[in-house]
Ligand binder design. Structure first.
Ligand code: COA
Length: 374
């Protein structure tokens, strides 16, 4: 009997490297240039904001002023977590639970309280998308408040997703420049072509399953240290190294032991991740401003060492770690923050998949036993 690779006359593409699985208009990576619907990430980081990027990713064009206003209004009227949901969230475990595991569960629970969860009309699906995008940050800050035994804080309707995340996390109005930095982080993380979690969301939606199921699949994929989980691991590594003096030898030893250095390397970018360059500048400025400059200096030395020893460049997760650290955000919330932004990209991918669907069903090359009898 012919094997799968014989039928398809190819070799096994481990990790699907180089496989083009769909067409997309959402974002593109060409050499070291990342664009969202045709706009470079540098342009968007400087001149756009998260809400505008949400519209861009969902509509493949920038919003007119009234359209952006409407989106902001829709987000504002959906941003507060419903009382019923909060009641249930307070009953699920937070102790010794990774925030990504909690978030995965919380989003799934949220679906049970959403009467439009199974919607198949464009209007119904947009309503679900608005709710998920508005509330993801509120779920993350609620997790932090619940585990610390603090009251959940109500978001302020007139404010942005970034402002409300920082406000409800810390319980005090955030400084304007910190809101701008955090908003830029949300812009930078919003989408990234067919990354592991976007692909997971598309695989689930390709069976014509609902949006919540697709997003839960994506959160599960983002959680892993080879994907979104790397930003948390970067900060833990910096803390483990402890000082600038130890950084170079620590990295050399790790590389000699064939360990992976978190925040370096990329499947697609071989000449550097453009988001890492923007985040490196942000990290340098912010760590210095907050009196935490040694974290940037250590990161820069690690960056130089990994480049010279292994020829690998930093990815989005490397310098975002010290940006979040300087903002006083708990380390294990870095990956959930990724989800606060990436929900916009996942939803764009889910919509695109629904609009041009064929179920994902690759083949596996069978390498197990044959012709056995019991
Ligand atoms: N540190 C040390 N070596 C690394 C490395 C890293 N961060 N990333 C890749 N390499 C090495 C691998 O060990 C491998 O070396 P080998 O050929 O001698 O075995 C080679 O580079 C290719 O790596 P591979 O893991 O096959 O690349 P990939 O395309 O499958 O994986 C990543 C890409 C991003 C998962 C990988 O670079 C990685 O694990 N990075 C660290 C985690 C991370 O930062 N993830 C966030 C991504 S945005």
């Amino acid at each position: 009997m012919a094997s799968a690779t014989e039928i398809y006359s190819g070799a096994v593409d481990k990790g699907l490297e180089g496989v083009v699985a769909c067409t997309t208009k959402i974002s593109s990576i060409i050499d070291a240039t990342l664009t969202y619907a045709g706009y470079t990430i540098e342009d968007l980081a400087e001149h756009s904001n998260f809400e505008e990027v949400v519209f861009l990713l969902w509509n493949n064009r920038l919003p007119k002023p009234n359209e952006l206003e409407q989106l902001r209004k829709d987000i504002a009227s959906n941003i507060k977590l419903e009382t019923e949901l909060v009641k249930v969230l307070k009953t699920i475990p937070t102790k010794n639970i990774h925030p990504m595991a909690w978030l995965r569960t919380a989003v799934s629970l949220m679906g049970l309280y959403d009467s439009q969860a199974e919607a198949t009309t464009p209007e119904g699906r947009r309503a679900v998308a608005i709710r998920l995008t508005s509330k993801m940050g509120q779920l993350v800050s609620a997790f932090e408040r619940i585990r610390m035994g603090k009251e959940i804080i109500e978001p302020v309707k007139e404010k942005s997703v970034a402002w409300n995340f920082l406000y409800t996390l810390k319980g005090k109005e955030p400084e304007t420049d910190l809101v701008k930095i955090f908003d830029t982080c949300l812009v930078l993380h919003a989408d990234h072509e067919l990354n592991c979690s976007a692909f997971a969301s598309r695989v689930t939606s390709s069976s014509l399953s609902d949006i919540y199921s697709s997003v839960v699949s994506a959160i599960g994929a983002l959680k892993g240290p080879l994907h979104g989980g790397a930003n948390e691991q970067v900060m833990l590594m910096l803390k483990k190294i402890g000082s600038l003096e130890k950084a170079k030898s620590w990295i050399k030893d790790a590389l000699d032991n064939k360990e992976k250095i978190m925040g370096f390397g990329h499947r697609v970018y071989k000449n550097g991740d453009p988001r890492a360059k923007i985040l490196a500048t942000m990290s340098e400025k912010l760590t210095k401003k907050m009196g935490e400059g040694h974290w940037y200096e250590m990161s820069k030395l690690i960056d130089d060492t990994v480049q010279s020893e292994k020829g690998l460049l930093p990815n989005v997760d490397f310098y975002s770690a010290t940006v979040y650290y300087s903002m006083g955000i708990p380390i294990d919330l870095y990956t959930p923050i990724f989800a606060v932004s990436r929900i916009s990209g996942w939803l764009a991918h889910i919509f695109e998949q629904y609009s041009n669907n064929r179920i994902y069903r690759p083949r596996g090359e069978y390498t197990g036993n044959r012709n056995l009898k019991r």
